[in-house]
Structure formats: C-alpha cells, structure tokens
Design a protein around this ligand. Structure first.
Ligand code: BES
Ligand code: ZN
Ligand code: ZN
Length: 500
C-alpha cells in the first residue's frame, strides 16, 4: 500500500472513495462538509442527522455521479469533537479502511479534520494498515479480492512535509504491530520456539539489530533451571532470544538501558496440570508478549532513538509428557533462587523469571518492562479492555502509564503490596509458583518481582487484551499486537528526557 499527500482541493481528488469524518456537533456549514455540500447539492441533507449523526462507529457510503472527482463519499462517525484524540482518529481511520476494503475500493482519499500534524498523520497511517490487516494467514485468497493500493491524505500545502514524516512513523508502527499479530496468529506447529527465534533473527538482520539465541545447552550452562523446566516436556527446544539495539556512537556506560521482556510460550497446554479442552487452541497466543517485544524492536530499529534497548523473549512450549516437570518439583532459577512448582500451568512466571534475571545481570538493564499473557485472573478483573499494570518504582510506573496513554493502549494499575508476598511462601523452597485462589494476577506479578530486585520494573499482564474474540469495526478478531505502540512510545519518551 502506498501513501501520499494531495495539497489541492479535496473535491478534485479522483479516488474510488473519499473519507470524511463527521462529529456529533457538525452541521452542513462545518468545514470540510460545507464544501462538499456545495459541490453535491441535496445529497448530504438526506443523511446528516439521520443515518449519519456523527456517532463513533456509524458509517454511510454515498455513491456519486459527478459534482466531485471521487466515486464515493464515505462518511465516518467520529463522536463528539472534544473526545477526538489520536486513538479515536486511528480507530476511525481503521474503520474507514475496513469498510472501503469490503466495498472493493482500491484508491482511498482521506479528508482529515483540523488540527492535522505529524502525530495525526501517523495515527491515520497506523489505523489504515492495522485496520486492513487480514489474520487469515493460511486461507487461499479469492481470485477477485481487491485491496487498497493507495491512500491519499488531503492536507494544506504547508503541512505536506510534516504529514509525510507522520505517515512514515505510522507505517513503521503499524508494520511492527502487524508483525506481532502475525507471530501471535501463527499456530504452534508453525511457530515453535526455534521458529520464533529464526523470525527474530531474520528481522534483526534486515533491520540492523544484533540477535543472540540461547538454546538448551547454553541455558543449562548458565543454570536457567526455571525456563528449562517449562520446556523439558516438549519435543521443541526452548530458546532465550535477545535482540539488541544500540544508538550510533554510544558508549552506553552510565546511561539508561531499557530491557523489554516478553513471555514466549508458543503453546500452553498447561503441562501435567492440563488445561480443559475448551478454547485450548487459543493458547497459541501465549507468546503475544514476546511477539510485542519483537515487533517493538523492529520499530525501534527503524526509528533509531538515542537510547540502548534490549528485547528478550523467553520461548518454550508447555507440554505434558514423560519428560515434563511436575507439581512438587523444585527448580533452580538463574539468579540462584529455588522455586517449588505447585501448578505446571503457572509456567509464564517461570520462563520470565530467568529472562528477567538475565536482563538485569548480563544485560545490565537499568529499567525493565515485561509483557505476558500471564493470568486468566486479569481477564476476570479487567476484561478485554485494559491490561493489568504492576511495578516497583513509582516514577517508572508513571512513565509507562504515560506512554500507554499517549500510545492509545489502555492499562490499569493493580497494587503490589508486601502482604501479597505471604501467599507465595513455600515450605520447601525460596518461593512457590502459585498463590491461593485470590488476586491471581497480583501474586503472579509478586513472583516476578522476586527476580527483578531493585531495578525499576513494570509488568503488563496482557492476557485479556492480546486477543479479540470477535471482529470490531476497527480491528479483525484474533491477535491485537497490544503493547507494541506503548513500548515504542516509552522509548521515545525516555529519549526526550531521563527517567528518575
Ligand atoms: N497462559 C495462561 C494465562 C491465560 C489464560 C492467558 C487465559 C490467556 C487467556 C497462564 O499460563 C495460565 O495458565 N495461568 C493460570 C495460572 C494459574 C495456574 C495460577 C490461570 O490463569 O489459570
Ligand atoms: Zn499456563
Ligand atoms: Zn501461559
């Protein structure tokens, strides 16, 4: 898909469809509607205030026979003008692109509202590309399927350059989000831990990152007993993947070094504590945190921020077999702590704890964010709207919250008081991997906390937000790529000024 800008009158742009965003308070005298009303007498009064009241989610397609150059007008409800933030713009653009694709539109024009600057152009490009993403990776395309080939943004001539830069940013973000979605959508017979590492490596070569992959032997040497235990019941070798970005000319000593750590369970059967069969197939997305890290690293490589970032993915397959780890087993983690396994289905924290300790100890991380489809409990607490956020350092927590808000991804902080730690005490080892039936997301985070010690750390439990059960107007069902935008925003925010 190609993006460009049109700096002349939008009414003279020849396109299969031209998108106009409509606010609830708009009238026929509101620009840019007024100009179209003038060129198309009698058309808009029939729909405005009727089928199109400017509500978010409404769309109306009008077929035109002259008056303006475009073949169709696509009116997209944008809600109240005061609520129209970058997230709303991204979602309206996504919806417009999805409706247009269904109608066989190949050339799409978009008439944005004011103000329209770099971030707005980025939101439009991001929305269009993530909106049209098709998760049917292995379905033969119908021969007559049409796709949007070109998207043209109608802007004031003096904004052309800034808008072009915004488009580039939006494309970079959307490609990273869609890359993460593809990894999460891949079934576990295709995307094994080794294949996940191969794809990370291929991306790294393409984008100029360095990639290190530790296999079973290397992890045994290092003593990563927790990550290895989760993978030991599977025929697929577990992998610890590290992608590194270094800014040009940096010595990196004494500077911030960010570690992004993702859970990469390519399939979670539950292991010996086998999950029930309903919806078990969805557990192919249990590597969504890792996918978000790989996607974000691709965008970071392209945007070239001035700080050092390492992305880690703890990849393994959790299977029941004669070789599996079992409830009651005691594991020796990389940082020397011992773990009593109570439930083999609480495997995410086990693979993450070794990756977190490694990011600290070997990677020299000064700040850590981890992402994981860690607990069903976070879905009980927050549903599919917001990710759970927990962490250790107030300033760092606020930075990640601010990044998520700016990136248009919703999070909600849960507490992490000392008292919750009581639930994780083991009779035989330093810690056990399961609490009681309450506060499951918090006790899981508490477990991770034991492995980051005093490094500022934020944990995002994305179990509820990484997967959509049904199509939304702006997004196909399946993996969402949640987290990629927040991570990229966070890196840019850190580049702008130090975090305390
Ligand atoms: N991968 C699951 C969590 C999950 C559940 C993600 C549903 C997405 C949707 C995780 O490994 C798991 O099984 N967690 C258990 C923890 C329990 C054993 C403490 C859970 O949530 O039931
Ligand atoms: Zn599990
Ligand atoms: Zn899991």
């Amino acid at each position: 898909m190609k993006f460009d800008v049109w700096t002349r009158d939008a009414r003279t742009l020849a396109a299969d469809a031209l998108v106009l965003f409509v606010f609830e308070e708009d009238t026929l005298n509101t620009p840019p509607l007024d100009g179209f009303n003038e060129a198309l007498p009698g058309l808009l009064p029939n729909v405005m205030g009727r089928e199109m009241r400017g509500k978010m989610g409404e769309t109306v397609t009008l077929h035109l026979a002259g008056g303006v150059e475009a073949k169709r007008l696509l009116l997209v409800g944008a809600g109240p003008a005061a609520d129209f933030d970058l997230r709303a713009l991204r979602r309206c653009s996504a919806q417009a692109a999805r409706v247009a694709t269904k109608k066989g539109v190949t050339t799409l024009g978009i008439v944005p509202r004011s103000p329209f600057e770099l971030a707005h152009a980025a939101a439009v490009a991001d929305g269009v590309l993530t909106g049209v993403y098709d998760p049917a990776l292995y379905r033969k395309p119908k021969e007559d399927t049409k796709h949007i080939d070109s998207v043209t943004l109608c802007v004031e001539p003096q904004l052309a350059e800034v808008v072009q830069a915004g488009i580039n940013r939006g494309v970079t973000l959307a490609e990273a989000v869609n890359f993460a979605r593809t990894l999460a959508q891949e079934p576990s017979n295709k995307l094994t831990p080794v294949e996940m590492a191969r794809r990370a490596q291929a991306m790294a070569e393409q984008e100029g990152l360095t990639c290190l992959v530790l296999g079973r032997a290397a992890m045994m040497e290092l003593g990563m007993g927790a990550l290895l235990a989760v993978g030991q019941g599977s025929a697929q070798e577990p992998q610890l993947i590290r992608l590194s970005y270094r800014p040009a000319g940096s010595t990196a000593d004494g500077h911030m070094r960010l570690a992004l750590v993702g859970k990469g369970i390519t399939f979670d059967t539950g292991g010996i504590c086998l999950k029930p069969r309903d919806a078990m197939w969805e557990m192919k997305y249990d590597m969504s945190g890792g996918a978000a890290v790989i996607g974000a690293m691709q965008a970071i490589a392209r945007l070239k921020p001035p700080i050092a970032v390492d992305g880690y993915v703890a990849a393994a397959e959790n299977m029941p077999s004669a070789a599996s780890y079992k409830p009651g087993d005691v594991l020796h983690a990389y940082n020397g702590k011992t773990i009593e396994v109570i439930d083999t289905d609480a495997e995410g924290r086990l693979v993450l704890c070794d990756a977190l300790a490694y990011a600290r100890k070997d990677g020299g991380a000064t700040h850590i964010v981890d992402l994981a489809t860690l607990t069903g409990a976070v879905m009980v607490a927050l549903g599919q709207e917001r990710a759970g956020l927990m962490g250790t350092d107030t300033a760092w927590i606020e930075s990640v919250k601010a990044a998520a808000a700016a990136a248009g991804e919703k999070v909600w902080q849960l507490p992490l008081d000392e008292e919750y730690g009581e639930l994780m005490k083991s009779d035989i080892a330093d810690i056990k991997n399961l609490g009681n039936r309450y506060a499951g997301s918090i006790t899981a985070a508490w477990f991770l906390r034991e492995f980051v010690e005093d490094t500022p750390w934020v944990h995002l439990d994305i179990a509820g937000v990484a997967w959509l059960d049904a199509d939304k107007p702006d997004l196909a069902k399946g993996p969402t790529g949640f987290g990629v935008r927040t991570l990229v925003q966070l890196v840019e925010q850190m580049s702008a000024g130090p975090v305390k």
